[in-house]
Design a protein around this ligand. Structure first.
Ligand code: PRP
Length: 177
């Protein structure tokens, strides 16, 4: 039987903070006025990124949350996406920004973009803190990427392994031994 452990820091709290400030600025530049912006946080992993991103935004924004699940227990993607909680509000005519912690195979994000586009937002874009390009199975558009990373299993800053480590303030690599 193998055990897992946090092997080391991949991205520090300071690096995350600096990058999120840049992303917020970029997003606001692309959405002048900002009155229509709805940030859609993807639970659970996206909650910490969402909380920090919104604190760097100065224009009027609204938030809502959606919950999906693509992974079972363990580190492998099942390829299946399940909707666990839908939005509370209508997105018709609004500028929607999906806020995700990580895009890996791209299956979750493709699903989210498709179902949300069908609800006729004025515009829909995506912000992901982390992206693993080498793992992509579908070509999905991510407009704002925090960091591109290699194929490590990462935890912390909202990301879990079996519901653990979401509370780490930085991004760490999970080792197996
Ligand atoms: C993670 C992450 C993304 C998805 C990315 O969620 O938050 O939603 O996987 O993987 P993909 O690009 O291969 O589809 P997870 O299902 O682990 O749920 P959680 O956010 O509740 O931890």
């Amino acid at each position: 039987m193998s055990s897992h452990f946090v092997a080391g820091t991949l991205i520090t709290r300071d690096q995350i903070n600096t990058r999120i400030a840049e992303l917020a600025e970029e997003i606001e530049r692309d959405h002048p006025g900002g009155g229509q912006i709805l940030l859609v946080g993807v639970l659970k992993g996206g909650f910490m990124f969402m909380a920090d991103l919104i604190r760097f935004m100065t224009n009027r924004v609204a938030v809502d949350f959606i919950a999906v699940s693509s992974y079972g227990k363990g580190t492998k993607s099942s390829g299946e996406v399940r909707m666990l909680k839908d939005l509370d509000t209508s997105i018709e005519g609004r500028d929607v920004i999906i806020v995700e912690d990580i895009v890996d195979t791209g299956l979750t994000l493709t699903y989210l973009q498709e179902i949300l586009k069908a609800r006729n937002p004025r515009r829909i874009t995506t912000a992901c803190l982390l992206s693993k390009p080498s793992r992509r199975q579908v070509d999905v558009k991510v407009d704002y990427v925090g960091f591109e990373i290699d194929d490590h299993f990462v935890v912390g800053y909202g990301l879990d392994f079996d519901e653990r480590y979401r509370n780490l303030p930085h991004i760490a690599v999970l080792g197996q031994g």
